[in-house]
Design a binder for this molecule. Sequence first.
Ligand code: ADP
Ligand code: ADP
Length: 223
Amino acid sequence: EPVLALERVEKVYNRDLPSEVQVLRGASLAIAPGEVVALVAPSGAGKSTLLHIAGLLDTADRGSVRIGGQEMTGASDRRRTMARRADIGFVYQFHHLLPEFSALENIVLPQLAAGVRARVAEARARDLLVSVGVGARADHRPSALSGGEQQRVAFCRALANGPRLLLADEPTGNLDPATSDTVFGALMGLVRETGLAALIATHNLELAARMDRILHLEDGRLA
Ligand code: ADP
Ligand code: ADP
């Protein structure tokens, strides 16, 4: 059973206005547990829209979105929010870490919010940081970390509560090529270790080629 399944998803912005734009025109995909899929598309093609719909942050106009076999189309906001918190981790181009907290605390906080005990949350945060090679930076604030380190901490945060699906929007987009490579390697290590399914939007075709499969978003459809 796929972790994420989209079927014939359609999305229009500004319907019935002169600025109306149909971004998705029947986009379908299925991602199995453990599968890492690259999402490649020109800027403006609808990658963020697709990721927001897959991540239950936005709704499709037509078509179906299933997470772990559960139909999310037409589900209540409450159910969608619960599914998002339980099953989905997000990583963006910019890390969005909380500046006043340490790297470790940034990974502990979402676990506390989910009801995990402090000592367990801290141990998990440390393990995650060590596994991406930033264990020695656990007590530093984000501003004291390099861009690559910040992004690796953001991955740890996204995985803190053990999601089944990772959605990433240009996670190495603001890093130089060598750092992108390190960060991507760390991400793949984490993903392989946890058996997570991942959909990773990237402009970097070398990184895309290292994933299990590449989906191209063109003219509102996926191929
Ligand atoms: P990408 O992430 O591939 O650059 P987006 O999904 O951000 O593409 O945007 C796809 C298209 O939809 C663009 O033409 C963009 O201007 C338009 N768009 C995105 N979000 C909105 C919105 N909230 N309202 C109106 N148009 C939007
Ligand atoms: P942007 O691309 O505009 O910088 P983001 O990609 O960070 O913004 O987030 C896109 C939208 O999703 C924003 O409205 C943000 O508030 C929301 N968002 C991001 N992460 C989460 C999350 N984990 N839960 C709920 N909403 C989120």
